[in-house]
Design a protein around this ligand. Structure first.
Ligand SMILES: [Fe+2]
Ligand SMILES: [Fe+2]
Length: 286
């Protein structure tokens, strides 16, 4: 019998420039083996939006064997070149342009992006989230245009409200956006930015909204190891599993510097081992 379940991998905050190669090799391999129906990357694909960081990010993302949608994170807008930041902020995404803020249709479920990253803000810290009226209207229009019976999985970079993690999002207009989303058939809002995973339900004046956050795949970890979320949609419910790099043996558990002539301690009366004796240790696990 065919598997009616839809599998979505939710990745975030890869931060090329300070990426974690081991985490990226693991995720790429998981995608090749498990063949998810979609991969949602919720922003911060680079560290400082440098050209070489975008080059590496583009190459890795394009090598993934799955339909992909990609959000723009606050780290992905030109940082050193303010003219470019204002005039052509997305120019460096050209290698993955077709994936940026892309809607994806899945059986009974639509991935609908919501932009939370802006070029500038009337406050000192431009890294925080801001949902403009225009961005919210665009997302709500897309949800309202879904075929009847479809649920929306909204993808954003910043969590729409504080989620109790070490990192903060302080998203302007986030509460209003949540209240509008609560009126609609939204299965969950996926986000990144805070580098720790979470799965919570936010109450609004119009009802509850589920918010799911993915951790980071970079070296910029906060409270938890590198991770991504595996989301299964069975047609009615979403089940989320946080896949964590600590599932794999850590380097501290690997023995890779045993000297070639390593020997177990000799006891009186033991025969002398031959010169080509194999050390009594397990081979390193990779
Ligand atoms: Fe980030
Ligand atoms: Fe961010």
């Amino acid at each position: 019998m065919p598997d009616a379940r839809t599998l979505i991998f939710h990745l975030s905050d890869i931060h090329f420039g300070l990426e974690n190669d081991r985490a990226l090799d693991w995720v790429k391999n998981e995608i090749a083996m498990r063949r998810p129906d979609a991969v949602a990357i919720t922003g911060d694909i680079t560290m400082r939006a440098r050209t070489r960081e975008f080059g590496a990010a583009t190459e890795w993302i394009r090598s993934l064997e799955a339909p992909i949608t990609l959000e723009v994170g606050n780290h992905d807008l030109p940082y050193f070149n303010l003219i470019e930041r204002f005039v052509t902020p997305y120019a460096r995404f050209r290698g993955v342009e077709s994936m940026v803020e892309k809607e994806l249709q899945l059986p009974g479920l639509a991935i609908v992006p919501l932009k939370t990253t802006v070029r500038a803000q009337p406050r000192f810290n431009w890294s925080k989230g801001w949902i403009t009226s225009k961005a919210l209207a665009k997302t709500l229009r897309a949800i309202d245009a879904m075929p009847p019976g479809t649920r929306a999985l909204v993808t954003a970079h910043h969590p729409l409200r504080e989620v109790g993690t070490a990192g903060t999002a302080l998203t302007r207009n986030g509460s209003n956006a949540l209240a509008e989303l609560a009126k609609r058939p939204v299965a969950a809002v996926l986000s990144g930015h805070v580098h720790d995973a979470f799965d919570i339900v936010e109450q609004t004046a119009n009802g509850p909204v589920r918010m799911i956050g993915a951790g980071t795949l970079s070296q910029r970890i906060r409270s938890t190891p590198p991770s991504f979320n595996e989301i299964v949609w069975d047609g009615a419910n979403l089940a989320v599993t946080v896949r964590n790099l600590s599932e794999l043996p850590t380097e501290a558990m690997q023995i890779d510097d045993v000297p070639e002539d390593a020997m177990p301690p000799r006891k009186p009366g033991d025969p002398v081992a031959p010169a080509n004796a194999v050390p009594l240790v397990d081979p390193p696990v990779h």
